[in-house]
Write a protein that binds this ligand. Structure first.
Ligand SMILES: Nc1ncnc2c1ncn2[C@@H]1O[C@H](COP(=O)(O)OP(=O)(O)O)[C@@H](O)[C@H]1O
Ligand SMILES: CC(C)(COP(=O)(O)O)[C@@H](O)C(=O)NCCC(=O)O
Ligand SMILES: [K+]
Length: 205
C-alpha cells in the first residue's frame, strides 16, 4: 500500500516499508500511476491532485468530532496514532498536540526552524545565524547565536515539558530537535501510523 502525507515542503511517501520524500516544489504527482492514499495540508497541491483518480484523500474517513474544524489533517493523523503523549511535529511549522488517556487536549502551532531563522535574518544581518541545538538551555546566553537559539528553542521546550507527557518527535526536523528534547522518542512514521489506523477503522485496508 502506498501512503502519502503532503505538507508545505514535502510529499512524504510510505511504500510498504520504504519511506521517501519529494519536494512539493518539483515533484509531479502524475508520476505516480498506482493508487495512493493521502492526506494533505498543502492547498496548492490539493488543486493539482484533485482530478487524479488514483490519489485518494482519506480525510473524509476521519471522525472529526474531537477536533476543531480547521485543524490540520497531519496533526489529526498524528494524534490518532497516540494514546498518551505530546506530539511535536517539526516541519515547515512545528505543531504540538497533547493526548491524555486517548483524549485530545488541544495543541499549538510554532514557526518551523527554517522559517524562524529567516525571520531573525530579515530583522537584521546581525541575527543571521543557524540555531545552535547544542546550547545549554539552563544558562542565559552571552552570544548572539545562542541569544536567538535560546529565544526560539527554550520557549518551545519549556511549554512542551510543562504537560508532563511522554514527548514524541516527528517531521523532517525531528532528529535535530531531539538534541533539545533529549528524553523524546523520534518516530518519523507517526503520521503514517495514524493514517493506517484511520484506514483500518474505516475498514479500507
Ligand atoms: N524553505 C523551507 N521551509 C521549510 N522547511 C524547509 C525548507 N527548506 C528545507 N526545509 C526542510 O524540509 C523539512 C520540512 O519538514 P517536513 O516535515 O519534511 O515537511 P512538511 O512541513 O511539508 O511536513 C525540514 O527538514 C526543513 O528543515
Ligand atoms: C500547521 C500546519 C501548516 C503544519 O503543516 P506542515 O508543517 O506539516 O507543513 C498544518 O497543520 C495546517 O495547515 N494546520 C491548519 C491550521 C490548524 O491546524 O489550526
Ligand atoms: K509540521
Amino acid at each position: 500500500m502506498l501512503l502519502c502525507d503532503i505538507g508545505n515542503t514535502s510529499y512524504h511517501f510510505l511504500d510498504d516499508e520504504r519511506s521517501f520524500k519529494e519536494s512539493v516544489g518539483t515533484f509531479n504527482p502524475q508520476n505516480i500511476q498506482e493508487k495512493v492514499y493521502y492526506i494533505s495540508v498543502n492547498h496548492a497541491v490539493n488543486a493539482e491532485i484533485a482530478n487524479l483518480v488514483n490519489w485518494i484523500d482519506i480525510s473524509s474517513l476521519i471522525n472529526r468530532e474531537r477536533y476543531y474544524e480547521t485543524m490540520g489533517i497531519d496533526r489529526i493523523a498524528a494524534v490518532e496514532a497516540v494514546e498518551n503523549a505530546i506530539v511535536v511535529d517539526a516541519g515547515s511549522a512545528v505543531t504540538v498536540d497533547a493526548v491524555k488517556e486517548g483524549v485530545y487536549m488541544g495543541g499549538f502551532i510554532y514557526p518551523g526552524m527554517k522559517a524562524m531563522q529567516k525571520s531573525y535574518k530579515d530583522i537584521s544581518p546581525a541575527l543571521d545565524y543557524s540555531f545552535n541545538f547544542e546550547l545549554n538551555l539552563d544558562k542565559m546566553p552571552k552570544n548572539s547565536q545562542d541569544a536567538i537559539s535560546y529565544g526560539y528553542l527554550k520557549t518551545l521546550y519549556t511549554e512542551v515539558m510543562l504537560h508532563n507527557l511522554p514527548v514524541i518527535l516527528t517531521g523532517g526536523d525531528a532528529k535535530v530537535f531531539a538534541k533539545i528534547f533529549k528524553e523524546a522518542d523520534v518516530d518519523e512514521r507517526l503520521v503514517f501510523k495514524g493514517m493506517k489506523k484511520i484506514l483500518q477503522k474505516a475498514d479500507r485496508c
